[in-house]
Design a protein around this ligand. Structure first.
Ligand SMILES: Nc1ncnc2c1ncn2[C@@H]1O[C@H](COP(=O)(O)OP(=O)(O)OP(=O)(O)O)[C@@H](O)[C@H]1O
Ligand SMILES: [Mg+2]
Length: 207
């Protein structure tokens, strides 16, 4: 089993959106069974999952104090990929979650505020000694700042070779517990998530 942690100390960058979309994409690509874990007290990912009709991915309620044990149990139960959503804060929770990560995915919006705020997340991931991958989310079409953001982020670590654009279906699809690719598999959003999954899965396979 591999564990992907989606983290960013900055709020509203797309952690929950990306965790849900990647989990559904990973299942559809045969990388499952996938278990989703929500460590955010806001519970956005679990609320979304509760709206879902589909049976996969599964949802695992865990107690952070026993996270490593819970993950072992999931692995024994046959889970191949655990995706953990995290709260937008630098807390003890984040440290404990980072400790179990194989890869940490850090979504970042291409704005000066978001880029400046990324440092504290990077420090935490570096302190945990984990592999990190940035993904630019919520980009505007043809905006120069997207390329500039990628360059700025590449000073800290690897930037995924796919940008997620600002698209209504990323948000609207989640209202009733679905994802953009479940509304329209041929959509641009679905294509972006597919590319992101392919990249993240290669990072997860590296030891
Ligand atoms: N690429 C996108 N296009 C359009 N809307 C998006 C995109 N990514 C995220 N959103 C929307 O932006 C808002 C914040 O996204 P999300 O909740 O996934 O961020 P988050 O990092 O999990 O936030 P928090 O830090 O509060 O947990 C949501 O309303 C979501 O639907
Ligand atoms: Mg969230």
């Amino acid at each position: 089993m591999r564990t992907l942690v989606v983290a960013s100390q900055k709020g509203g960058v797309g952690k929950t959106t990306i965790a849900g979309h990647l989990a559904v994409m990973a299942e559809s690509k045969g990388a499952g069974p996938v278990a989703l874990i929500d460590t955010d007290p806001q519970g956005s990912l679990s609320s979304w999952w509760n709206e879902r009709q589909a049976e996969t991915p599964t949802f695992a309620s865990v107690d952070i104090a026993h996270l490593a044990d819970h993950l072992k149990q999931l692995e024994k139960a046959g889970v191949k990929l655990a995706i953990i959503d995290t709260p937008p804060a630098v807390t003890e929770t984040i440290r404990k979650v980072l400790a179990v990560a194989d890869v940490v995915l850090i979504p970042t919006r291409p704005s000066p505020h978001d880029l400046r705020a990324v440092g504290s997340t990077v420090e935490l991931v570096e302190a945990a000694g984990k592999r990190m991958v940035f993904v630019i989310n919520g980009a505007a079409q043809r905006a120069k700042i997207t390329g500039e953001a990628a360059i700025a982020l590449s000073q800290h670590g690897t930037v995924a070779p796919v940008t997620l654009y600002q698209r209504t279906d990323f948000a609207a699809s989640m209202i009733d517990g679905r994802t953009a690719q479940e509304i329209n598999f041929a959509s641009r959003s679905a294509g972006e998530i597919e590319k992101l999954w392919i990249y993240v899965s290669t990072q997860l396979r590296r030891k």
